[in-house]
Design a protein around this ligand. Structure first.
Ligand code: ASP
Ligand code: MG
Length: 412
């Protein structure tokens, strides 16, 4: 481990020139004492805007061309950030993902990083430069630009921290850190000073927007300590994410997450025989669609099953298309979809083996007339699918029932 600082600034932190100047002041002051690598996202909603343009051309734009387009957002940010730093007298150099040897697999739009050739950055750092790198992008073996999937700049930052041997990666965003729930939705939400990789991974997967799950996974695998900090309050410590020993004993539940970007899909009356679930998941896998909360009900007598799962709602149309194409082959009755759902999840390292927790969770929803459409649970979470318009209320009720507004956050 060395003392290279790896800082990532999200889209809201570099939304305007004034904000870039603010970010550059943080970078400048840190660069007086340590080598600094800065990763930036596209300015504000640039990526959404670029996607919208592409969708005006085609409902399913060519994936290679789309990556070329989307990667330009971060290219704007790095150039402006490096220019601003130079204007302030800091010897900065900006690079695209490809320029700093971020190699990805041969997949467009959701590529994973395979390897980083750290030479370019290391040489620049050795030359006393502040290095500014475009998040969210890499290059495949053909030399084509790839992108890492929405929110991928966090992953870029952690991957660079790994490759440079930095022990810590700071993710600067527009909130103070990780809370027990989204403070914009739940007024009693509390800031957590420390949380384990496992819990934050569940939170991020289940809809908390602070940090990208792939980045947390990578950090966990390589033991990189993450800090989520507020760009606009850089004096605050933020939330530290690490291994969190004895987290179960310390705190049973850590938060409630809401994910409204979800849709539910069901393929009805498929034969109850080997290979059906495999065929369905293979078809979706070919389209790179991530499915979650997969359920198959137990109907021992009728010889038919319903297979139900959730997808991100941006994948809903493609999912329906793929399943509809399979319907005849599988002799299924129909494909149903519910686009207006949300997942509400309770997360905690200490959930496992505590029967009072599901009873209390379902109890509070039932008592308040909130219908649960699907349930799934694992070691660190219990997720309920509810109607989207009831999600905020459900989360607030759960937050209150588990006394998360009074969560103990002091640690020896
Ligand atoms: N600009 C990309 C996005 O909006 C990547 C990122 O911000 O992390 O998804
Ligand atoms: Mg973004």
């Amino acid at each position: 481990m060395n003392d290279t600082a790896v800082l990532k600034f999200g889209g809201t932190s570099v939304k305007s020139i004034a904000r870039i100047q603010h970010v550059c002041r943080i970078v400048e002051s840190l660069s007086q004492s340590r080598p600094v690598v800065v990763v930036v996202s596209a300015m504000g909603d640039t990526t959404d805007y670029l996607l919208k343009l592409a969708r005006q051309v085609s409902s399913s734009p060519d994936k290679r061309e789309l990556d070329l387009l989307l990667s330009t957002g971060e290219q704007i940010s790095i150039a402006l950030t490096a220019m601003t730093l130079r204007q302030m007298g800091v010897r900065a150099l900006s690079f695209t993902g490809g320029q700093v040897g971020i190699f990805t697999e041969n997949v467009h739009n959701k590529a994973r990083i395979v390897d980083i050739n750290g030479d370019v950055i290391e040489r620049a750092l050795a030359d006393g430069r502040v290095v500014v790198v475009a998040g969210f992008q890499g290059v495949n073996e053909k030399g084509d630009i790839t992108t890492l999937g929405r929110g991928g700049s966090d992953t870029t930052a952690v991957a660079l921290a790994v490759s440079l041997g930095a022990g810590v990666c700071d993710i600067y965003t527009d909130v103070d850190g990780i809370y027990t729930a989204d403070p914009n939705v739940i007024s009693g939400a509390r800031l957590l000073s420390r949380i384990s990789y496992g819990e934050v991974l569940e939170m991020a997967r289940l809809g908390a927007q602070v940090i990208h799950p792939r980045a947390v996974e990578l950090a966990r695998r390589y033991g990189i300590k993450l800090r989520v900090r507020n760009t606009f309050h850089p004096e605050m410590e933020g939330t530290t994410i690490d291994q969190g020993e004895n987290m179960e004993i310390f705190r049973t539940v850590s938060g409630v997450a809401i994910d409204k970007d979800q849709a539910c899909v069901a393929i009805m009356d498929v034969p109850d025989q080997p290979g059906i679930a495999a065929r369905i998941t293979q078809a979706l896998c070919e389209e790179n669609i991530v499915i979650d909360m997969i359920m198959q009900s137990f109907h021992p007598t009728i010889g038919l099953n319903n297979i139900t799962f959730t997808v991100n709602d941006s994948d809903l149309d493609q999912t329906i298309n793929s399943l509809s194409a399979l319907k005849d082959e599988l002799r299924a009755r129909e494909v149903l979809a519910d686009p207006d759902i949300a997942k509400v999840s309770l997360i905690g390292a200490g959930l496992v083996g505590q029967p009072t927790i599901p009873a209390k969770l379902f109890g509070v929803l039932g008592a308040n007339g909130i219908n649960i459409k699907m349930i799934s649970s694992s070691e660190m979470k219990i997720t309920c699918v509810v109607a989207r318009q009831q999600a905020d209320r459900a989360a607030a009720l759960i937050h209150q029932a588990f006394e998360l507004d009074a969560v103990c956050d002091t640690r020896a």
